[in-house]
Design a protein around this ligand. Structure first.
Ligand SMILES: C[S@@+](CC[C@H](N)C(=O)[O-])C[C@H]1O[C@@H](n2cnc3c(N)ncnc32)[C@H](O)[C@@H]1O
Length: 215
């Protein structure tokens, strides 16, 4: 399995993801969705705490999915937001929501694999929420992200270890490759990418990393 499986998985999963990561009604799914939602809320709050001030900032939302973050950035003062996702269905949702929220003049969305895309612009903030779970080679990926960021990168890494991580790996066996991380692995990945030391926080099921360009 490789990145095409991930892309196909998210094409099918887009509507459910938008509906907060699935709507199945079994007890186990209800528990998982509750934990998902809690983690999602924590990383959302942390992202906006870190990406401050927001007024007139430019943002790239990498693996933007249905545009939840991109729209919030645009509605809360960012001057320009670019969302990129390799799932057409996710980008269709994001584009529709940006128009409904009247922020389409500030948001643009592109369907592409971030690894393959060439950029001729840079952004004040780069946001990577829920994407490192699917990135096979995280160091070159982060190196590229940092090369187009002028201030700060915020990243959620799914935490490895424990029953929840094990359970999630089981669920993903037939979906797409899934990558999880320990604190030590994150430090090694960031170092190998040649980035400054990350600030790491444990939040819910994630380790939230902030990498800041030295002033
Ligand atoms: C779990 S979703 C997170 C969506 C959004 N960031 C959020 O937190 O609501 C992960 C997204 O990353 C996208 N993705 C994964 N690998 C990618 C890549 N190499 N390039 C672009 N998008 C990618 C998937 O299509 C999916 O929509």
């Amino acid at each position: 399995m490789h990145e095409n499986d991930t892309k196909q998985f998210f094409e099918k999963y887009a509507a459910d993801f938008d509906d907060l990561y699935g709507t199945q009604k079994s007890v186990i799914n209800t528990i998982i969705n509750t934990l998902f939602r809690r983690s999602m809320k924590l990383r959302y709050d942390k992202t906006f705490e870190e990406c401050s001030p927001l007024e007139n900032k430019t943002v790239i939302d990498i693996g933007c999915g249905p545009g939840y973050y991109a729209l919030s950035f645009a509605s809360n003062g960012a001057s320009k937001v670019l969302g990129i996702d390799f799932s057409q269905n996710m980008i269709d949702l994001a584009t529709k929501k940006a128009a409904e929220a009247n922020v389409d003049h500030k948001c643009s969305f592109i369907v592409d694999d971030f690894n393959r895309r060439e950029f001729d612009e840079s952004f004040d903030y780069a946001v990577l929420m829920g994407i490192m779970d699917y990135i096979e080679e995280p160091s070159p990926f982060l190196e590229k992200v940092f090369s187009i960021t002028t201030e700060k990168v915020v990243i959620s890494f799914p935490q490895d270890g424990g029953i929840l991580a094990w359970q999630r790996k089981m669920r993903y066996r037939n979906r797409c490759p899934l990558f999880m991380y320990t604190e030590a692995e994150i430090k090694d990945i960031v170092k190998a990418a040649g980035l400054p030391n990350p600030k790491l926080r444990y939040i819910g099921r994630d380790i939230f990393a902030t990498v800041e360009r030295e002033k």
